[in-house]
Design a protein around this ligand. Sequence first.
Ligand SMILES: NC(=O)c1ccc[n+]([C@@H]2O[C@H](COP(=O)([O-])OP(=O)(O)OC[C@H]3O[C@@H](n4cnc5c(N)ncnc54)[C@H](O)[C@@H]3O)[C@@H](O)[C@H]2O)c1
Length: 291
Amino acid sequence: MATEIQTQADVKTVAVIGAAGKMGQRVSNNLVESDFRVLFSEASPKGQELIRDLGRELTGSADAVAEADVVILAVPDVVLGKVSEELVPLMKPDTVVLTLDPAAAYAGLLFNREDIHYACAHPCHPSVFLERTTKEEWQDTFGGIAAPQEVVAAYEGGDEAKQELADSVIRVMYAPVVDVHWVTVKQLAVLEPTLVETIACMVGALLTEALHETVHTVGVPEKAARAMLLGHTQVALANTLKGSNPFSDACLIAMDYGRESIVRDDWKKVFEDDELDKVITRMLKIKEIKR
Ligand SMILES: NC(=O)c1ccc[n+]([C@@H]2O[C@H](COP(=O)([O-])OP(=O)(O)OC[C@H]3O[C@@H](n4cnc5c(N)ncnc54)[C@H](O)[C@@H]3O)[C@@H](O)[C@H]2O)c1
């Protein structure tokens, strides 16, 4: 009996705010499989219906955050300031607030309380070089279902136990997780948006636009163009990021021509602090970063 009481007391409560959203659903699906006690909160009536249809009980945000040891704010970044203003004052001292993107924390938008711990964890998504073996792993392009992924997280408080608690929630909600890398909020903001959205996702969109031009302006049959692009994209990434094979001499000349014609000479300015501030204020639709 004593052991049972001890075990009950050890169970941590995790509240998911915005549980019907894209990320809210993903993290909830994994948390319900864990030993955590999970409370689900959702503002939109349609989202609330979805949660009920999943057989999950809804808890009002105020009640959920007052009970929770860890609060996951899975709401859109543009409302994180307002939502944190409403909910952080209702939390128990020592609660861990976990956001899923660093922009709001970097911009100083989160309501601040000295006795609350703020962490942020962003999924890396399964690597393009992941050695996938099952159909489920191949289908899980986003991660969080079957394909292992890494996570980068930020916590600038000094409480190791709270960081460990955040780490244990992160490993469950983004599972299967290979590893969690801990960095500062600013470093996480340089990774996302700068490295992966401003650059990598933009390059992905550029490839899609290039395919469209090849097919619709030049008139190359779509199947041929698509096959050529997808295979060469794989080889380009393996050769550059993994060093698998050298490019041919002719390819290197074409690559130089591409860089001269397409890439601005000053493109690396996106790594400067002012530029990071510029993109984050634009993303969050705010006037300035608060420091
Ligand atoms: N979508 C992605 O691919 C992705 C990936 C990584 C991280 N993120 C981050 O995850 C967070 C959530 O993004 P998303 O894309 O899942 O958003 P979303 O728009 O899909 O979902 C947000 C949910 O929050 C609900 N909501 C809004 N205000 C609320 C409130 N006050 N109380 C309770 N619920 C409320 C909305 O009704 C909605 O269901 C953001 O910080 C985002 O940057 C998103």
